[in-house]
Structures are given as structure tokens and as C-alpha cells.
Design a protein around this ligand. Structure first.
Ligand code: BES
Ligand code: ZN
Ligand code: ZN
Length: 495
């Protein structure tokens, strides 16, 4: 169910919503609409907050008995903390808090976006708030017999009218809806997520969005020499696919390629993973999910650049047909790889996809992949690792991540480590030595990315959340969708 946002300048006490949320700043200072509420309640609000020890700390809430003077059914005070600390991410989190408190309500109205702050422009606050509401209300109930779906359908943002702010609310809702779709796909159990099924879901999602979907399978993958995709996929009874998604607006002057790792389940293959935690490997297609989800919103966001998605989809399974350690694969660009560890499979399928993207000659390429546990060790579960061959391009990505509120940290690609990938029998092998696994994985990919601007975002940590936290919900997070949509909106050819 999608949530509708509207911007109104009505008096908060006269708005008829199921829930009215009034912000309170640190020190129990009433925010916009607070005085009107106080007057409508007969002037006891300060004493009421005092008795409840409510100080306006960020995300603290206090229910207020609504009287006849208030048109809404219920009233909630929402702490927003210090106004100087109210940046975009704070609004995203406040949106999520409101969403969680409105689960049982169909409509909510709030003045929170009107809280004055120097830490963010009001348009950006509005977008972030809408994102927070939609992402914070996300639930995955597909496999629950008696899951209770949230009721929230309408959000009225109270404050000064302005076309830019109204558009920002719509944009935030659209961006978050794309990320929610990605969360859904990531959360699907692998049993119901064969490569072929992902193709079908993608086709259904992209129908009517101006994105063309072409799919390679079977002999076509052989004819097109995608040795990595075929090799990794051959252990599974559910065969691999390569999807190409094309968004080509009239008069586009720049062209960007998005590549996403789509391992629908990563058992490790013959180099099988330990049992504990293996269930989380249903999320090993999060890079693919981010690319597909982002592409679904390009037309709605009126993106002007050409965007092409390359999505290899495989299941990494051990079987009599699976590739073995020691096997050699030949990739799209002719390079041969000795597979030392079949669990380092993501780079093998990305190798083909990156080579394809390089052939097509885009202005820049970015890949997203849940690629290495080493990146999680280095940066934890909230921060993605960025590597690349062009500083202007990685700077653009860092800036997009910053604006989108998705933490990204740049890592190096030390030339000196390349020799770790030297193979005795092939052009290179698929793993390095014990240390710096995120970087040797990045170096491996760089061998297939060609000479144009390319960057690699390792999202092994942030693609999944271990618990609910603000606008993140346990399971798939949709990480990357917001950054990609910022990136395509402001894309400039890197030099
Ligand atoms: N899908 C995993 C990486 C991963 C780990 C994603 C943890 C999310 C959370 C990847 O295919 C993998 O297994 N990588 C190996 C590489 C190793 C064999 C060189 C790893 O990181 O252990
Ligand atoms: Zn693996
Ligand atoms: Zn993997």
C-alpha cells in the first residue's frame, strides 16, 4: 500500500487527522503548532510535559489527551532535540518514528517539517521526512499467516505552502517506494527467488516505466561467452540469467551503467559456507535489487541521463554439476580465472557484466555488490566500501551517498596487491591472501571494468539490517537505491 503525502498550511488544531503530531524542541520548547495546541487545550501543556518529564529529546514521544478544541482524533508530542542537530537524516528518523506511532491510524498530520533549523534546507528536510515515513512503515508480511499490516495511508505535512516542498515530498515518497520494492525482493526466501523468478518480478515492476528488459539464458549465455555467469550458475538446478535494463530518455546527453550482483542464494558452492548464518545469504542479490529498484523510478523522477542496468542472476550451489576449486573459467573479455574458492563467486559473475558494460562504452560505470565479509569487518554493518579507478567519479558517488543519507567510505585499490591474484595456470585467480579481502576483490573487478570511469560499491554490510533501527527494518534495507537515484539525477560525465 502506498502512502500519500500532501502539504497544507491549515491550522494544526483544525486539521482532521487520526493523529496530530506536534514537535517539541530540546528543553520542552514547543515547535510549530505548539502554541495553537496549548491554547486549544486550555493552556496546560507546559505543566503536562513537566509532570511527564518530557524534555523534547529526539524521538521521545508523549501522548496528549485531545480535547474538543482539536479536530484530530489523537495528539502526540514528538521530541526533536536540538534544532542545530536537525539534519536530513534526523528528519528521516523522525519520519520513521511518526510512521511507527501511526501504524494503527489511517491518517497523520504533523508540523515537524516546519521546525526551523540551519542544518538542512526545508526541501531536503521534506524529502528526507517522506523517505523516513515510507521506509519506517515498511513491513514484510508475505509469509506471515496473521501479520497485521499497518494502516497509514495519508500524511499531511503542515507548514508554509511551496511547490518545491510539495515536490520534495513526492520525490521522497517515490524514492522510498523504490527502496521498499528492493527490500521486498531481498527478503523473499531463496526457494521463491530463482533467477527466472527475479526476471519475472523485474518485468512486472518495470512494465510501463519506460525501461526495456532484455534477458539472456541458456545457449545465448554460451554464445555471448559469459563464462563466469555460466560457471557459478551450473551447480544449481535453477539456471542463470543475464538481464539488461535500458532507460533511454529522448535527448539524453550522458550515459551511465549500473551493475548489480544477483546471487539469489550463496551457499558458497563446493567451498561451502558454515551452517550458522547461512540463511542470510538469501540477501546476496541486494546489489541486483538496488539496481532494479532504482531503475523503476527513473521516469517518475524525470531522470535525463541514459541509464543501463546489467544484472547477472545465479544461484551458487554445490552439486555434481558445480564448478570445483581449481577449475578455470573464461570470461566475456577473454580473461581466464582460476577458481580457488567457489565462495568468491560474486566477482566471477560481475566480471562478465562489467566487461559487457565496458564494451558498451558508457560515460561511467558503478557496480553494487554484497561482495566480501572483509568489507563488513572493515566498515561494519552500516557503511559501504567504495573503490574505483577515477577520483572524479568516486567523488560524485561519495557526494550522492552523503545527500541520500547512505554512509559510504572510500577504500584504496593498491596496485601492489594485484600480485596476490596471480595464478599459476590462468590470467588470475579469484581470491587473494589472508588480508585486505575487500581490496583484492576490488582489484579483481578492475581487471574487467575497462579503462573508463568505474567504481565498485561493496554493500555486504549495509544491505542487511540485523535489527529494526529508525527507518531501517530487520532484513533487506534497500541500501544503494537512494544513492543511485541521487547519482543519476545529478550525473555529470567524470573527467
Ligand atoms: N556473499 C559473500 C559476501 C558476504 C559476506 C556478503 C557477508 C554479506 C555478508 C561472498 O560471496 C563471499 O562469500 N565472499 C567470501 C570471499 C572469500 C572466499 C575470498 C568472503 O567474504 O568470505
Ligand atoms: Zn560467496
Ligand atoms: Zn556472494
Amino acid at each position: 500500500m502506498s502512502i500519500e503525502f500532501s502539504l497544507q498550511s491549515a491550522r494544526p488544531t483544525e486539521v482532521e487527522a487520526d493523529l496530530l503530531v506536534i514537535p517539541v524542541l530540546a528543553g520542552a520548547e514547543l515547535g510549530p503548532g505548539g502554541d495553537a495546541l496549548d491554547a486549544a487545550l486550555g493552556g496546560g501543556l507546559a505543566a503536562f510535559m513537566d509532570q511527564a518529564h518530557f524534555e523534547g529529546k529526539r524521538a521521545a514521544t508523549l501522548a496528549v489527551p485531545a480535547g474538543d478544541g482539536v479536530a484530530s482524533g489523537a495528539v502526540l508530542l514528538l521530541g526533536v532535540g536540538e534544532s542545530s542537530e536537525l539534519d536530513a537524516d534526523a528528519f528521516r528518523r523522525l519520519g520513521a518514528t511518526i510512521a511507527k506511532r501511526s501504524r494503527k491510524h489511517a491518517s497523520v498530520a504533523s508540523t515537524v517539517v516546519d521546525v526551523p533549523t540551519d542544518a538542512v534546507e526545508r526541501v531536503d528536510a521534506a524529502q528526507a521526512f517522506a523517505e523516513g515515513v515510507v521506509l519506517g512503515s515498511y513491513q514484510y508480511l508475505e509469509y506471515k499467516s496473521e501479520g497485521e499490516a499497518g494502516q497509514l495511508a495519508r500524511v499531511t505535512v503542515l507548514g508554509r505552502r511551496g511547490a518545491r516542498v510539495a515536490r520534495a515530498l513526492d520525490r521522497g515518497a517515490r524514492v522510498a517506494q523504490a527502496a521498499a520494492w528492493t527490500r521486498d525482493l531481498v527478503n523473499v526466501p531463496s526457494l521463491d527467488k530463482a533467477p527466472e523468478t527475479v526476471v519475472a518480478s523485474t518485468r512486472a515492476l518495470l512494465r510501463g516505466t519506460g525501461v526495456r528488459v532484455t534477458v539472456w539464458e541458456g545457449q545465448k549465455l554460451v554464445d555471448e561467452r559469459l563464462g563466469g555467469v555460466i560457471g557459478v550458475g551450473q551447480g544449481s538446478s535453477r539456471p542463470p540469467r543475464l538481464m539488461k535494463l535500458t532507460y533511454s530518455p529522448a535527448a539524453a546527453r550522458t550515459s551511465l551503467a549500473l551493475v548489480g550482483k544477483g546471487v539469489v542464494f550463496d551457499s558458497g558452492g563446493i567451498s561451502i559456507k558454515p551452517a550458522s548464518g547461512m540463511e542470510t545469504m538469501k540477501t546476496d542479490m541486494s546489489g541486483a535489487g538496488a539496481v532494479i529498484g532504482a531503475m523503476s523510478a527513473l521516469a517518475d523522477l524525470e531522470v535525463k541521463t541514459k541509464v543501463t542496468g546489467y544484472v547477472p542472476l545465479v544461484e551458487n550451489m554445490p552439486s555434481g554439476d558445480a564448478i570445483r576449486p581449481g577449475d578455470v573459467l573464461t570470461h566475456r573479455n577473454g580473461k581466464t580465472v582460476e577458481v580457488i574458492n567457489t565462495d568468491a563467486e560474486g566477482r566471477l559473475i560481475l566480471a562478465d557484466a562489467l566487461a559487457l558494460a565496458a564494451e558498451d562504452g558508457h560515460d561511467a560505470v558503478i557496480d553494487l555488490a554484497t561482495l566480501t565479509g572483509a568489507c563488513v569487518v572493515a566498515l561494519g554493518e552500516k557503511v559501504a566500501g567504495l573503490m574505483g579507478n577515477n577520483d572524479a567519479w568516486t567523488d560524485q558517488i561519495l557526494a550522492a551517498g552523503e545527500r541520500a543519507g547512505e554512509p559510504i567510505w572510500k577504500l584504496p585499490l593498491p596496485k601492489d596487491y594485484r600480485k596476490q591474484l596471480d595464478s599459476e595456470v590462468a590470467d588470475l585467480k579469484n581470491i587473494g591472501d589472508r588480508y585486505a579481502g575487500a581490496l583484492t576483490a576490488g582489484l579483481f573487478l578492475s581487471e574487467f571494468a575497462g579503462d573508463g570511469p568505474w567504481a565498485h560499491l561493496d554493500i555486504a554490510g549495509p544491505a542487511r539490517a540485523g535489527s529494526d533501527d529508525g527507518y531501517l527494518t530487520k532484513g533487506g534495507t534497500g541500501f544503494g537505491v537512494r544513492t543511485l537515484l541521487e547519482l543519476v539525477t545529478k550525473f555529470r560525465k567524470p573527467r
